[in-house]
Write a protein that binds this ligand. Structure first.
Ligand SMILES: *Cc1c(COP(=O)(O)O)cnc(C)c1O
Length: 395
């Protein structure tokens, strides 16, 4: 099987798995217990916190472990919203291409009386800083813009948005789930107040993530109970997962430049190969995108059919984000960059990592080209296009 769905999840690294097993075997005490076994576990917990903090330029007291990226996004957004409401500020700015963990949190706040502005992105999938500035009001409490998009991989101008929010005293959150371990992050340099990351997107374990909250920003608990995570996230810590995530992030950041060079090369070869298919188009900016992200639209076919046939050929891909697959709605991200519905349905995401090889990329190029031709030969839409009864959207 060729695995090209790293934006959905990644295989755990050997080092991260070893850390998890060692933690389970040796540090299985409850970090809240006062005996030696508990205190040993507490040490592992704090060492993991310090590692994660260091790798994003934070202090360890600013890191809260969560059950993953979704929980971190929810907690960041609710916390900022409640802080704003205390000062009579109930306006939040975000973008049209956020992950559902952000968009659905914002919808829930809207039902509670908050006012939400979703700033559009341009056709390259990048938000314009001026549009964010234009959306700011007296009562804006929070700006939340993702670091890099999970579907089309586009990298947003986070440092610039951070600086402008800081200058105006507005809280700034970024969903950095796709960026952590893949792009350089420094929360201080980038003026980030709140940041979410998730273990399983950088070869760490599933079900664990972290929320960075700049010191002085009080979080709201989503889960009440014990005093874990400085009273902001109750529940006995999943220490093997937390320690495994710290190891994976350490490894990913250590190898970041090497992996970026290697994966970006594979990506650009794949993009060049798929661009040779007629009436195909790359989704998202060709350079300001994650090193491993490739996302195309092919006119006249259904992405789901392409995905299933590629699976039968031993290639694991995605038709968009895993969260929307199974639904008939086209991706909100592809619609946001201006793809019409019928073209947005014919999309394919291949997300690579350092585990992929140049040979796999060549296999993917020929498999996608063959499958697209096969599907087009059966497609009534394609035959209408060929006969000139319909106009091509992608030239
Ligand atoms: C995967 C992902 C999430 C959700 O993270 P989980 O740990 O799976 O809850 C949130 N945002 C983005 C951009 C993602 O890619």
């Amino acid at each position: 099987m060729i695995y090209a769905d790293h934006a959905a999840t990644t295989k755990i690294s050997t080092a991260a798995r070893d850390t998890m097993l060692q933690t389970m075997d040796q540090f299985w005490g409850n970090p809240s217990s006062l005996h030696t076994l508990g205190q040993k576990a507490q040490e592992v917990l704090q060492a993991s916190r310090s590692t994660v903090a260091r790798l994003i330029g934070a202090n360890m007291k600013e890191i809260y472990f969560t059950s993953g990226g979704s929980e971190a996004d929810n907690q960041a957004i609710y916390s900022a919203a409640f802080l704003g409401a205390k000062k009579g500020k109930r306006h939040i700015i975000s973008t049209t291409i956020e992950h559902h963990a952000v968009l659905h949190s914002l919808e829930a706040l809207k039902r509670q009386g908050y006012d939400i502005t979703l700033v559009p992105v341009d056709e390259s999938g990048i938000v314009k800083v001026d549009d964010v500035v234009a959306a700011i009001r007296e009562d804006t409490a929070l700006v939340t813009v993702m670091f890099a998009n999970n579907e089309i991989g586009t990298i947003q101008p986070i440092g610039e948005i951070g600086a402008l929010c800081r200058a105006r005293g507005i809280l700034f959150h970024t969903d950095a789930v796709q960026a952590a371990g893949h792009l350089h992050i420094d929360v201080k340099d980038m003026n980030i107040d709140l940041l979410s990351l998730s273990g399983h997107k950088f070869h760490g374990p599933r079900g664990v993530g972290a929320l960075y909250a700049r010191s002085g920003i009080p979080l709201t608990s989503l889960i009440e109970g014990g005093a874990q995570e400085r009273g902001k996230r109750a529940g006995t810590e999943d220490l093997p997962a937390i320690a495994g995530m710290a190891t994976a992030l350490e490894e990913a950041c250590r190898d970041l430049e090497k992996n970026t060079d290697y994966v970006r090369n594979l990506r650009d070869t794949l993009i060049a190969g798929l661009s040779r298919i007629s009436h195909s188009a790359l989704n998202g900016d060709s350079t300001r995108r994650l090193p491993g992200n490739v996302n195309f639209c092919f006119e006249g076919i259904e992405g789901e059919a392409l995905l299933l046939l590629l699976n039968a050929k031993g290639i694991a891909a995605s038709s968009g984000s895993a969260c929307t697959s199974g639904s008939l709605d086209p991706s909100h991200v592809l619609l946001a960059i201006g793809r019409p519905h019928e073209v947005a349905h014919g999309s394919l995401r291949l997300s690579l990592s350092e585990h992929n090889t140049p040979e796999e990329v060549e296999t993917m190029i020929s498999a996608v080209a063959e499958t697209v031709t096969y599907l087009r030969n059966m497609s009534p839409v394609w035959s209408a296009l060929l006969k000139g009864e319909k106009n091509y959207v992608i030239q």
